[in-house]
Ligand binder design. Structure first.
Ligand code: AMP
Length: 191
């Protein structure tokens, strides 16, 4: 069963594709953004702390999300595969994940880099704002999130490339085409 990290800028389609892959392979998907939004809506201590960063388009501190993902990966449901959507997002998070998985024979099977350029993702994010009303899809916050992505998350492409785990997928196509490419990669032998 696959263990997959979905990497890519906001608006590349990680959430959509992560949910489809999870249902296809019957494994859980852990989307840190969704978990944090739920905690925020429920006004839990985690949600209240995270909201301060999310509303500005900044990343939530590493220790907070690392603890959260640790809990997710310990669940029974996660013992036969999982999808991580939106984690890791910093080098420190990637290293923490390596440590978490260090005891396992193969920590993760694939890092799928779902990429799309700004001219595709910015209109998608504006459209999502209209459809879903996410408070962090306003123009100013979108700009901040893209800056955070470039500064802190994009370097993970080189990190996983150096480990030989990274596979690139063009995220600009329609949902079915991108999904087919992801499934092909997950079925094909190691990188
Ligand atoms: P997303 O739904 O993945 O776009 O995430 C929404 C927001 O949640 C981000 O802009 C961050 O503020 C926060 N967030 C989600 N995942 C992480 C993460 N791995 N590290 C830090 N902050 C995160």
């Amino acid at each position: 069963m696959p263990r997959v990290i979905l990497l890519g800028p906001p608006g590349a389609g990680k959430g959509t594709q992560g949910a489809k892959l999870a249902s296809h392979f019957a494994i859980p998907t852990f989307a840190t953004g969704d978990i944090l939004r739920e905690a925020k809506a429920n006004q839990t201590p985690l949600g209240l702390e995270a909201a301060r960063y999310m509303d500005e388009g900044a990343l939530v501190p590493d220790a907070v999300v690392v603890g959260l993902v640790q809990n997710c990966l310990q669940q029974d449901a996660a013992q036969h595969g999982w999808i991580l959507d939106g984690f890791p997002r910093t080098l420190a998070q990637a290293q923490a994940l390596d440590e978490m998985l260090g005891q396992q024979a193969s920590g993760y099977d694939q890092v799928l880099f779902l990429n799309a350029e700004d001219d595709v993702i910015v209109p998608r994010l504006h459209q999502r704002a209209l459809e879903k009303g996410r408070t962090d899809d306003t123009p100013a916050v979108i700009k901040a999130r893209l800056e955070e992505y470039r500064a802190k998350t994009y370097p993970l492409v080189a990190y996983y490339q150096a480990k030989g785990h990274l596979r690139k997928v063009d995220g600009t196509g329609d949902i079915a085409t991108v999904f087919a490419s992801l499934c092909d990669l997950l079925r094909s032998p190691d990188v």
